[in-house]
Ligand binder design. Structure first.
Ligand code: SAH
Length: 459
């Protein structure tokens, strides 16, 4: 992030614009949303700018250093590169932040695309990389956010102190959620601002007599890594959680989706690698839920696949804490999708095995003969370290050394790697991949021409 977003207090701040034409006007329109004291300096002014007097001050000559006295921002908006550079120089000398319109490199700050539902304001920036994308996101947000939101936020802001009568945390949050989601919009539509005020009073009275909310735990499947592969339900719950307890396999992009105020607790678990002791995870979930928190226990892939879900739900049952499970995309599904393959196929395999290479006692035993049979399809989780053991068992039970094997590392993530391998090569290929890997036994990529498969490691 080269540009750090901040919201600048513009009440009575002095802003100077060098320029009097279309370019200056475009910036002026944005700045007029604030209460800044705006001065424009130019030899001539567009009639539309002239008409804005006395809201803006016009100085009928090119900008000089003395115009910048006490200014917070200066825009070089003359449309003439030399003039703009001269203004930027004056700005720097005066210690004022400079924006040269359409010249990101030479500017101290840039103006984002803005969705204005003041006091709710959303600023969108792409650091100049993709203005089209910013415009698209702006259009989507404009469509998604009703205009009434600004009014509700303004009235809500005036009520914040009153709402402090509610205990901090879930109680207060539920109050505001009900206001913005249902009661507020309804009241505004039915009776305008006065009714919204009344509704806030009524709503507060109602929430004040409500019992402290009961905490619970949602086991949420985060999917294999790509945030687009999360369910809508998972996103919704993450957006509401008070506490998120997550494993190491959950990608940073997904953690970003959690509510800003949520307490994020890493329990660093990956398969059977170094981890927070299971009992400690149970204790964390129970303690937070008992205090009334909505806990999201976020697990990679599908929570019910090699995620020790049962141990955790049983612990909650013993503590009498409610829980739900939200299913998701398991790594094997993402891996199969990445090579365009079906995990089952008529006439090839009627059974699909999801196996873990480890169990509590060490390397896990399997029905090796079934795994080695022609046409058998198996997805192995946590299989990297056990790859040689798996290879040995399969060969011993009649598998062909040339049995196709595909390794998918970081399935669905931007750093996904697909390695076309064989049973003969499996241990070496697996050892070469540092990230989480799904081993697909019996499956080769459907079309090497469409899917970037790393062949060289298989040779
Ligand atoms: N509940 C998870 C599995 C947890 S066990 C799920 O349903 O996917 C951890 C193992 O899952 C890892 O060792 C690896 O074998 C596999 N895994 C998880 N995410 C993966 C990913 N994005 N790419 C490849 N393998 C992954």
């Amino acid at each position: 992030m080269q540009h750090f977003p901040v919201f600048l207090d513009m009440d009575h701040a002095r802003v100077v614009i060098g320029g009097g034409g279309e370019i200056a006007l475009a910036k002026l329109r944005l700045l007029l949303k604030t209460r800044a004291e705006i001065t424009l300096c130019a030899a001539q002014f567009d009639p539309e700018i002239e008409a804005l007097r006395p809201r803006v001050t016009l100085v009928r000559r090119p900008l000089l250093g003395c115009d910048l006295h006490g200014a917070r921002l200066v825009y070089a908006a003359t449309g003439d590169a030399d003039q703009d550079a001269r203004i930027a120089g004056l700005g720097r000398r005066a210690g004022v932040l400079v924006n040269i319109v359409d010249n990101l490199e030479a500017s101290d700050f840039i103006t984002p695309a803005i969705v204005d539902r003041a006091p709710l304001v959303i600023a969108i920036g792409t650091e100049g990389a993709a203005p089209v994308l910013a415009r698209k996101i702006k259009a989507q947000l404009e469509a998604a956010l009703p205009a009434s939101l600004g009014v509700l936020a303004r009235i809500g802001k005036g009520f914040r102190q009153m709402a402090e009568a509610l205990p901090m945390g879930a109680a207060r949050r539920n109050f505001w959620a009900e206001y913005y989601d249902t009661s507020g919009p309804r009241a505004l539509e039915a009776g305008g601002e006065a009714q919204v005020q009344q509704t806030l009073d009524d709503l507060l009275a109602k929430h004040l007599v409500q019992k402290a909310p009961e905490g619970w735990v949602d086991f949420v499947s985060a999917g294999p890594g790509d945030p687009d592969l999360m369910t809508l339900k998972a996103r919704k719950l993450l957006d509401r959680a008070d506490v998120v307890i997550y494993d190491r396999l959950v990608s940073p992009e997904i953690l970003e989706l959690a509510r800003r105020e949520a307490q994020m607790i890493s329990v660093g678990k990956e398969g059977f690698g170094p981890s927070t002791p299971q009992a400690e995870i149970h204790r964390l979930m129970i303690d937070h839920a008992a205090q009334g928190a909505h806990v999201v226990r976020l697990k990679g892939g599908d929570a019910s696949v090699f995620g020790r879900l049962d141990e955790e739900t049983e612990a909650l049952d013993r503590a009498d804490i409610r829980w739900t499970v939200v299913p998701g995309v398991t790594a094997a599904s993402a891996a199969a999708a990445s090579i365009g393959q079906s995990l089952t196929a008529r006439g090839r395999n009627q059974t699909l095995r999801l196996v873990t290479a480890h169990d509590v006692k060490g390397y896990a035993d399997q029905d090796w003969r079934a795994l080695a049979a022609p046409g058998a399809i198996t997805a192995i989780y946590m299989g990297k370290r056990a790859a040689r053991f798996v290879q040995g068992r399969l060969l011993m039970h009649g598998a062909q050394a040339q049995m196709p094997v595909t390794l998918v590392e970081n399935a669905s993530r931007t750093d996904q790697r697909i390695v076309a391998s064989t049973l003969a090569q499996l241990p070496e290929d697996a050892a070469a991949l540092p990230g989480p890997v799904i081993i697909l036994l019996g499956l080769a990529a459907r079309s090497a021409s469409q899917i970037p498969v790393l062949q060289e490691q298989a040779q």
